[in-house]
Design a protein around this ligand. Sequence first.
Ligand code: ADP
Ligand code: MG
Length: 263
Amino acid sequence: EAIENHEDFNKGRCADHFSESEPILEIQHLGKKFGDNLVLLDIDFKTYPRDVICIIGASGSGKSTLLRCINMLETPSSGLVLHRGKHIPATGAHTADYRSKVGMVFQQFNLFSNLTVLDNCMLGLRKILKLPKNEARARSIKYLMKVGMAPYINAKPHQLSGGQQQRVAIARALSMEPEVLLFDEPTSALDPEMVGEVLDVMRALAKEGLTMIIVTHEMAFARDVSTRTVFMDQGIIVEDERPEVLFTRPREERTKEFLTRFM
Ligand code: ADP
Ligand code: MG
């Protein structure tokens, strides 16, 4: 049985078996412009259960805007976002429901500074999911334990290091039990000695099969952990490949140039 489970685990993660399950998210011909500035052009991609997609690319290439369009923090200028085959409009009750299923972890943590660690985690559970207090508390503690932050439930964010704050932000996002978790450069604001503890948490989540889309400059992490790596340049997806392919024999000249600057 253990072997069978292991095979199932790998099947779910393997790019070659995509056709066997339905995508959670599908982005079709997504475009975004700010005034005359075309920031995303005709983006297409799908996210399947257990995918860990790392998005890499130079600053200004549109990575954050793509994440923000995926969870409808930005309204796409054109194209569609489909969630389990259903079109998600830019506003409305359905959109709010969708947003609660797509979590987001930001570069700057975005914790509420006046609230304790526990209250930061409980807030969305109470206000959005309308969970009773006891349940919200138990669930928050469960996920704070998972990221090693349960001993700090009564601390305020300013009493914590950057790495600890980011782990709380991850626990807060996990508490909502999202179907997909988006990360926008989660380690870019951290001192170098704290990057590892946050990447370790993310690596453990990947192992458990959480579906994630991660914008990152941590190339070694992307190479080790992603099931697919997406290289973006000037608003387009240049290459979307298994990491062992993208990092060792990229097809596109632009990908090669970008990688040689980093590695
Ligand atoms: P990345 O995350 O890859 O660095 P962004 O998605 O943040 O790239 O930005 C892509 C482009 O979109 C940049 O030229 C940026 O200036 C522009 N941009 C992003 N957000 C806005 C906004 N809210 N208003 C106007 N321009 C924006
Ligand atoms: Mg960005």
